[in-house]
Design a protein around this ligand. Structure first.
Ligand SMILES: Nc1ncnc2c1ncn2[C@@H]1O[C@H](COP(=O)(O)OP(=O)(O)OP(=O)(O)O)[C@@H](O)[C@H]1O
Ligand SMILES: [Mg+2]
Length: 414
């Protein structure tokens, strides 16, 4: 008897099996298709490049300020300002790495990114985070903060310390400036390097803390298109196989990122997303068309994600700020918005939505969070005998504001 072969008629293939086949095909195509990526890690957010270009002066100045630690002296505190993606983090990490190469155990460097979740949202957490660097493990709750301070200063007294607070504005937005005051006032041997992209940050901290922390100030200027082109060129030679991208696409990418405040991160994101789009459609080169699609996708994705993921009250706060930018005729006006007006408008919107409004203080916190997210900037201004007022300005351009409005409209219509 001939061995029986079992096969299925098309009508017997289940929906599940069809889906299985489809997914298997995607995976097989991915596995065996030629990819344009040689090493995709190189374009990821956390990748630290070996070479930093166009920041020689800044590297030299900061290194000279910190160098005294090598001979047992306390370096001056430093403040580093500069727009988004202009190389502040990569520069300081590079300097710390170089410093660690000549470490003689008489000093310690600590880098803390205050924007990371659960790192700097309370005084307790930031102190625990720092103590962790000294191998002192603190339980999540239960110890008085003055005990943590005591332990920290005790550890700090053993050696000189460079303590870098990257995105320091997030720390102050969350826990105020008292923590920095306590550190800068202490006669310990801690040198603080504060980094921020918020130009209004200095106005928010106590003038005594400000003058003590900003003994030295360094400003990172935005990159121009040519510099951005050099930054991406360096990276793509490691990321892609040869001839994946031509010069005209590189120029366009650099020009687009130069318009976005000279942001190198934006330039690298554009290339990475464009490459992924190209790869998914089975191509092995990146063209201007994919770059345009990448630009749209990045703008929309980022904003949509931010706005959608906010709690309802936070979205209403954003809506209040948006509505205050309009005149009665519906024309955009580029005025500053007062936080007191935001609260009034927020209350009205809560009433319209049948929601109980939060306290003014809580709404202020929500406004601060939008500042942390880079959507607005706030500024304290003096109004003579009327005292001080806190004003809000949008930090994103008109195109983005129109997009936020569209996203909020969509959310409201659900
Ligand atoms: N001069 C440079 N040479 C090489 N790569 C750079 C340079 N400047 C920035 N980059 C790269 O661009 C991206 C953004 O840089 P970085 O994170 O240092 O910016 P930033 O100023 O800290 O921005 P933010 O204020 O948003 O934190 C990183 O991937 C970084 O490696
Ligand atoms: Mg940074």
């Amino acid at each position: 008897m001939v061995g029986s072969i079992s096969f299925k008629l098309p009508s017997e293939i289940t929906v599940n099996e069809m889906m299985d086949n489809k997914v298997q095909n995607i995976f097989n195509n991915y596995l065996y298709k030629e990819s344009l990526f040689k090493n995709r890690e190189v374009l990821s957010t956390n990748f630290l490049p070996n070479t930093i270009v166009h920041r020689d002066t800044e590297i030299e100045i900061i290194s000279s300020i910190l160098a005294p630690i090598l001979k047992g002296y306390k370096p001056s505190n430093v403040f580093i300002y500069g727009g988004i993606g202009c190389g502040k983090t990569v520069t300081i990490k590079y300097i710390l790495e170089q410093l660690s190469k000549i470490s003689n155990n008489t000093y310690k460097t600590i880098y803390i990114n205050c924007k990371m979740k659960k790192v700097s949202d309370t005084e307790y957490r930031i102190l625990s985070q720092i103590l962790k660097e000294f191998d002192v493990l603190v339980p999540e709750t239960g110890i008085a903060t003055n005990v943590l301070y005591k332990k920290f200063f005790e550890e700090a007294s053993k050696q000189n310390i460079i303590l870098v607070f990257d995105e320091i504005d997030c720390l102050v937005n969350k826990i105020g400036d008292e923590f920095l005051y306590n550190i800068s006032r202490s006669d310990s041997n801690i040198s603080v390097v504060g980094i921020t992209n918020n130009i209004y940050f200095a106005e928010k901290i106590d003038p005594r803390v400000r003058s003590s922390l900003a003994e030295e100030e360094i400003i990172f200027k935005p990159y121009n298109a040519e510099q951005l082109k050099d930054i991406i060129s360096l990276r793509i030679s490691d990321a892609f196989y040869e001839n994946t991208i031509d010069d005209s696409v590189l120029n366009k990418c650099a020009a687009l990122a130069a318009q976005e405040h000279g942001d190198a991160r934006r330039a690298l994101d554009l290339i990475r997303v464009a490459a992924e789009i190209s790869e998914r459609s089975g191509q092995t080169t990146i063209t201007e068309i994919q770059l345009d699609v990448a630009k749209e996708r990045i703008n929309t994705d980022k904003l949509t994600e931010i706005v959608r993921s906010q709690p309802r009250h936070s979205q209403i706060v954003l809506e209040s700020m948006m509505s205050l930018r309009k005149t009665s005729k519906g024309q955009w006006i580029d005025s500053r918005i007062l936080t007191s007006d935001i609260y009034k408008s927020y209350n009205k919107l809560c009433e319209n939505n049948g929601l109980n409004p939060l306290t003014q203080r809580r709404v202020c916190d929500l406004v601060n969070e939008y500042e942390t997210l880079g959507i607005i900037n706030t500024k304290i201004s003096s109004r003579g005998r009327y005292g001080k007022l806190r004003e809000v300005v949008f930090a994103v351009n008109e195109e983005m504001i129109a997009k936020i409005e569209g996203i909020l409209l969509k959310i409201n219509s659900y």
